[in-house]
Design a binder for this molecule. Sequence first.
Ligand SMILES: [Fe+2]
Ligand SMILES: [Fe+2]
Length: 378
Amino acid sequence: MKKVKVNELKPNMILAETILGKGGRILLSTGIKLNEALINKIKETGKKSIYIEEDKHEIKMEGIAESNGEKIHFGSQVDIEEHLNIELMQKVEDDFEEVANTVKNGILNLNLSEEEIVKNTGDVTEFIKNNFNSNYAYIFRSIMTIRDVDEYLYRHSVNVAVLSFLLAKWLGYNDEKLNKILYAGLLHDIGKLKVDQNVLNKPGKLTAEEFEIVKKHALYTYKILEDFRSLDKEILYGATFHHEKLDGSGYPFGLKDNKIPEFARIIAIADIFDAMTSNRVYHNKKSPFLVLEMFSTNSFGKLDPRIVYIFLQRFVEYYIGSEVILNNGKKAKIVRINFTEITKPLLLDENGDFIDMSKERDVKIDDFYVKELENFDK
Ligand SMILES: [Fe+2]
Ligand SMILES: [Fe+2]
C-alpha cells in the first residue's frame, strides 16, 4: 500500500482505501481498479492524496475446467471498466436518498393528516415501482452500505419497502398486491414515532425494560394505521405483524405459522436483513456471504424458509463471476452457486483448482476482490 497524490493517479491502479462521497456514503470500495472516470470522481471529492495497492494484479482465469468429471466453462474475462457503471450506481444512491427524504417529510410524520400520508405513500410506491425494478445488484449494494444513524428510520423504511417489493415480485405478485406490500413496507415502523427516541436511538445494548418499550412500536403501528380508513386490511396486518415469528416467539401477539400473513412474512425478512446490514459504521466491511450465512442460520424456524431461499438465491446470483479473497489468503473466483447450500458456492482458485465450499468447510470468503461490481448489469 502506498500513498499517491490524486493528480498523479493513473488508470489500472488499485484502490487501497474506501472513498466516501457526500453524506458519508461509499463512493468507491477498496480493491476497485481505477479508470479515468473513477479518477475524476475521486478528484471531485476534493481529496489530495489516497492509498493505492502496490503490487496487486488481476487474476486472469478463463477457459474450461473439470470438476467431478464435469466440464465447466468459466468467465470470459472482461475488464471492469466495461462493467462498472459508476453513474448508474450514483443514480441508485440518489434515488434512495430522494425517497428517504419524502418518507421523512411526507410519510413518517404524525403531524400530517391521514390523507397526506396515504397520498405520499402512494407517490413513493409508484416511484419505487418505476425506479427500483432493475439493476438489483446496485440496489443490494446500496442497501448494504453504511448509513447515517440519525436518519436510520427513514432509510430503513425505504430499504424494507424496496426489498419487500422485490421479494413479492419474485414470488409472482400482481400489481395490486405489489402496491399493497409497498404501502405496508413503507409504514411498518410508523409506530416507532410514538416510542421514546432516547431509547430507540440508544447506542449499545438495550436493557430488558428498554427492549419492552421498543417492542411496543408494533402495536403503535397497528393503532395509527387502524384509524386510516382508506387503508386496506392486508396493509394493516402486513405492517403490524412484521415481528411475528413462525415458531410463535415473535411479538406483539406471538402468532404462529400460517396465522402470520404472507405480507408480514416477507416484510420480516426484509426487515431483519436490513437491520443486520446497517449500522456498520463501527464494523469492518463484511463479505455479503458472511451476512447471508448469518442470515440463513439465524432465521431457521423463525422466517418462512421458502421466501428466505428465494431471497438468498436472487442475491447470490449477482455474485457469480466475482473474484474473492479467501480466509487462507488465496484469491478465487465464484464459478457456480450451490443450490442446496447457497452461501457455499463452487470456487476456482488462482492455481486453477476447484474449491467446493460445501465440502471444504473451513474455507470462508473474506472479501471481494477488484471485481466486486463486475456483474452489476446482469
Ligand atoms: Fe419494527
Ligand atoms: Fe423495521
